[in-house]
Design a protein around this ligand. Structure first.
Ligand SMILES: NC(=O)c1ccc[n+]([C@@H]2O[C@H](COP(=O)([O-])OP(=O)(O)OC[C@H]3O[C@@H](n4cnc5c(N)ncnc54)[C@H](O)[C@@H]3O)[C@@H](O)[C@H]2O)c1
Length: 425
């Protein structure tokens, strides 16, 4: 089979600036909206962002109804509840205000209320049927309140498939929000551990898209429409990813330790959007693929600043704990690239041999995990060696992302990577 010779940069429509959330009402008018479904993170009830959004909708005479019953780290059933609500209200548009959990819920609600189907129809194969979204959806405006997932830029909605004990998703360019309103006023209430976990997600998106399998090492599709959204590392995504890493290096620790640091908060939100545009076209690979069963099998672990009701390993934590082991493994695919990533993250690389690039990058990632006070490995979030076969089994079907590893990871390799990730230091 021939390799691909092309990549496609699919742009995201983003407005970035402090204090712009109040423009939402006029944006909806412009889109011809009359009745909007407002999907809100329940933690933002009675917050300044909620007040700003509601008053803007009222001034623009947009009729709306609020849905707050989202799940943090959404599940198949929480997606379906939101879809049922969206199907019944006669809505012509959707606004999502919250972190990735809220924005992803809004994408799923938009999809299933526009093109009703059995839930697994659009879910990524081989877990679901992987059918493409049949056509354009209702306008969706996303207002992120974490600096984070970059979900406002991507055509992806991730959920925990409870029965399979693993996360998976729905991915199609029609899921991409019509507009992302990215406003650093909206992250000021992020608690420190939310800022830390979501900030490490930004780091992971940028690092994984930069070190992913190059686009021209992937098989050529039969038609342009079959070219996947996640195409592998490519010269345009590289620019977004490297810049995001540099910003994370300068501002992540500041943004977590002092949430009133407006410059650091604004820069982390910018990095989150930039990394989102990068990985939305290049993709992520093993740390994300391995995170899905980790998050899906969270039992009793509760992270400070996150809802205590259910065992929950925050997304950014479940990804970053696998990262040091993965970059040691993938470095030989392109040592120079791994060293440049370490440098962008602030490591001093002048005396480092290319053969040491994986270790240099792993150490730089560990520096951030330690400095931000996150758990020191999978054992610290409740896993033991006996869980490893199930974690490997849950990673193997995550083809959408695992196929983008620059070196294919066999069952034996994944077992070793999970073993190494149990105790990072
Ligand atoms: N669609 C994508 O492209 C994409 C990419 C990465 C991750 N994800 C998914 O996104 C989800 C994680 O999203 P997230 O990391 O943004 O966090 P989140 O949406 O899960 O929110 C984390 C916590 O922070 C709270 N919160 C959010 N904003 C707040 C604010 N401004 N003030 C106070 N509290 C606030 C929430 O109530 C919650 O308790 C996961 O399900 C993950 O798999 C999606």
């Amino acid at each position: 089979m021939k390799n691909d010779t092309a990549f496609q940069m699919s742009a995201s429509n983003i407005r970035f600036g402090q204090g712009i959330t109040c423009e939402i009402g006029l944006d909806l008018v412009e889109l011809g909206a009359k009745r909007t479904l407002l999907i809100m993170d329940p933690a933002l009830s009675a917050s300044v962002v909620e007040e700003t959004v509601l008053s803007s909708l009222k001034s623009a005479h947009i009729d709306f109804q609020i849905f707050r019953k989202i799940s943090i780290e959404p599940t198949d059933s929480s997606f379906q509840k939101a879809a049922a609500f969206a199907s019944e209200g006669g809505f012509d548009s959707i606004v999502a205000v919250g972190g990735g959990s809220t924005i992803d819920t809004a994408k799923a609600a938009n999809l299933y209320s526009t093109y009703p189907a059995e839930f697994l129809k659009y879910v990524n194969a081989p877990i679901g049927e992987g059918s493409p979204v049949p056509g354009p959806l209702k306008p969706l405006i996303a207002i992120p309140t974490t600096a984070g997932t970059g979900s406002e830029t991507t055509g992806v909605a991730i959920f925990d498939f409870v029965q399979k004990k693993a996360k998976t998703g729905i991915a199609h360019r029609y899921l991409k929000p019509t507009l992302g309103i990215v406003d650093s006023d909206n992250t000021i209430t992020q608690p420190p551990m939310v800022a830390a976990s979501t900030g490490l997600d930004v780091l992971s998106h940028a690092l994984e898209s930069y070190t992913a399998l190059p686009f021209d090492n992937r098989p050529k599709p039969a038609s342009p429409l079959e070219r996947p959204a996640y195409q592998g590392a490519n010269p345009i995504s590289d620019i977004w990813a490297l810049r995001a890493l540099q910003i994370v290096s300068r501002f992540l620790v500041r943004a977590v330790t002092d949430i009133s640091d407006a410059e650091a908060r604004g820069q982390m939100l910018l990095a989150s959007t930039m990394a989102g545009i990068g990985f939305g076209n290049a993709g992520v690979h093993l740390p994300h693929g391995m995170s899905y069963p980790v998050a899906g099998r969270a039992s009793e672990f509760v992270m400070r600043d996150y809802p205590p009701e259910k065992g929950l390993i925050p997304h950014g934590v479940s990804v970053i704990l696998n990262t040091p082991a993965v970059v040691r493994f993938t470095a030989s695919a392109d040592p120079g690239r791994h060293l440049r990533a370490a440098q962008a993250l602030g490591a001093k690389v002048t005396n480092i041999d290319l053969g040491e690039s994986g270790e240099a990058l792993a150490q730089r990632v560990i520096y951030f995990i330690k400095t931000l006070g996150l758990p020191r490995g999978l054992a610290a979030v409740g896993f033991t060696e006996s869980d490893i076969p199930a974690l490997v089994k849950g990673t193997l079907p995550q083809h959408r992302v695992t196929k983008l590893s620059p070196i294919p990871a066999s069952k034996t390799v994944l077992t070793r990577l999970f073993q190494e990730s149990m105790h990072i230091w």
